[in-house]
Ligand binder design. Structure first.
Ligand SMILES: NC(=O)c1ccc[n+]([C@@H]2O[C@H](COP(=O)([O-])OP(=O)(O)OC[C@H]3O[C@@H](n4cnc5c(N)ncnc54)[C@H](OP(=O)(O)O)[C@@H]3O)[C@@H](O)[C@H]2O)c1
Length: 360
């Protein structure tokens, strides 16, 4: 789309073409793009991104705002959405306060939008919000209010391992949430990414800081890490594709073990810390995680201990169909982990560990 617009603005400056006009399927509202591509472009779309203040949210908002889209960024804490403001041109990033339990506030956030993204999720429970209220009731409310407000498209982000029969409550509620969303918004696109890595991730950073939690199950659990920018690109591209009323799985390109990731982080940060970390038995880890719930800041929760023993789903990825090649973790590991090096080792070359051969 961007290439077409560059070509057009060179060939006939100031003129509009047929592909600049899209009519939304349900409301027949015209979406008209104009202007040159770039920061000050106007794609004509208005988009709401629930969960914009999170890890994936910042990359999605940045990508769609760069295309000239007006983005409604609902926030609970004003400061959490502040970094999103300069991602778009003046007036293009619109912060709005919201509560996941309020139909009225959700309606205010979606009523002018033609696409709604729901990225809301939490991998631990709090005093006010359990998994059910965020992943099931909250997801259903966003979908139902969006349908009632005539929103044309809903993109709901779930998890690669979402399963109603999973021993993890997190994965169970993610699966139940998908069902509820599909019931009230049948044309919704469900996205199931694997565990994501990037600058603000809870994977590489967490391994670098607390390696002992990743040695559970002797590090044998298998994981398919996905690059956050690949997932954000898929979500952004969905804006320009026709309705996709289906579930798309986005696992990383390789299946790795936690043991390998520990070795990788150790090699990249030039620290051999994890070899001294003890392997905690599951019972003790669960007891520590339960005791950790007494404090008011998030620490390892018992459900996370359960998840550390669950291999990632072997579902086939839908990348090819979406035209994106998923990125491997090794080429980016140094970029994301260099900050954990000391000044002495800051510029040292990396000797990557050998990848283990996995047997099913
Ligand atoms: N990160 C991963 O590895 C991974 C892998 C697969 C799937 N996913 C899913 O992808 C989505 C985005 O992940 P992420 O890593 O960006 O998550 P994240 O950094 O934890 O951000 C979660 C977002 O959800 C919002 N949220 C959580 N609880 C809420 C509540 N009770 N009311 C209102 N908003 C609430 C947060 O808002 P506040 O800032 O106000 O708290 C934040 O914007 C989630 O659904 C997650 O389950 C993540």
């Amino acid at each position: 789309m961007i290439l077409l617009r560059v070509q057009r603005s060179i060939a006939s400056p100031g003129k509009r073409a047929y592909h600049d006009l899209i009519t939304l399927p349900s409301t027949h509202k015209p979406v008209i793009s104009h202007g040159p591509p770039g920061y000050s472009a106007v794609s004509g779309h208005t988009v709401t991104v629930f969960g914009c203040t999170g890890f994936l949210g910042r990359y999605l908002v940045s990508k769609i705002a760069k295309m000239g889209t007006q983005v409604i960024v609902p926030y609970r804490e004003e400061d959490e959405a502040r970094h999103l403001k300069p991602m778009g041109d003046l007036g293009q990033i619109v912060p709005m306060e919201w509560d996941i339990r309020s139909d009225e506030q959700i309606a205010e956030c979606v009523r002018h939008s033609d696409i709604v993204y729901n990225l809301v999720g939490r991998d631990y429970e709090t005093k006010n919000f359990d998994y059910q209220s965020v992943h099931v009731a909250g997801a259903e409310r966003i979908a139902a209010v969006s349908a009632a407000c005539g929103v044309s498209r809903l993109v709901h982000v779930s998890h690669l391992n979402a399963s109603a029969t999973s021993p993890s409550k997190f994965y169970q509620t993610k699966a139940l949430g998908e069902e509820r969303v599909k019931a009230v918004f049948p044309t919704a696109t469900i996205i199931r990414p694997g565990t994501m890595f990037g600058f603000e991730d809870k994977l590489l950073n967490n391994i670098a800081v607390s390696p002992w939690w990743w040695k559970l199950n002797r590090g044998r659990t298998q994981i398919r890490p996905t690059h956050v920018l690949d997932v954000a690109q898929v979500l952004a591209d969905l804006m320009a594709t026709p309705q996709m009323a289906r579930t798309l799985s986005l696992p990383g390109p390789s299946t790795l073990t936690y043991e390998y990731l520990l070795d990788l982080v150790s090699a990249v940060t030039v620290r051999s810390f994890h070899s001294y970390a003890p392997v905690m038995p599951r019972g003790i880890a669960t007891a520590v995680a339960k005791a950790a719930q007494a404090v008011w800041w998030p620490l390892m929760c018992p459900d996370e201990v359960t998840r550390r023993y669950l291999d990632d789903s072997a579902a086939r990825g839908d990348w090819e169909e979406l035209g994106i090649t998923p990125t491997e973790i090794e080429p980016l590991a140094l970029k994301y982990l260099r900050r954990y090096r000391t000044t002495d080792t800051y510029t040292d070359p990396v000797a990557f560990p050998a990848r283990p051969s996995l047997t099913a």
